[in-house]
Write a new protein. Structure first.
Length: 89
């Protein structure tokens, strides 16, 4: 959009603005897809919790894996990707 503002040629400006609008549309679709996926994941989790009892205490290895997954998902939601940490296991 910044380049379109600086361009004096009307046809080029129009083309650049159309392209910018398409990029904005694609970004909005991606955001909607992310929220849709989260909603589906939550529904699956609710159904699974309804069918299976969870143990009171989790093994420490499971807690470590869940913590890593949560941190990775939080990083993806904030627009950053965390590098996988290779464990010695």
């Amino acid at each position: 959009m910044a380049i379109a503002k600086q361009t004096t040629d009307e046809s080029i400006r129009t083309s650049l603005l159309e392209m910018a609008q398409r990029w904005l549309d694609l970004a909005e679709l991606r955001e909607q897809d992310t929220w849709r996926l989260r909603a589906i994941q939550m529904l699956i989790g609710q159904e699974l919790r309804g069918h299976y009892e969870l143990p009171e205490d989790y093994p420490s290895r499971i807690v470590a894996i869940l913590t890593q997954l949560t941190a990775q998902q939080d990083g993806e939601c904030n627009g950053t990707e965390e590098k996988g940490q290779g464990g010695g296991d």
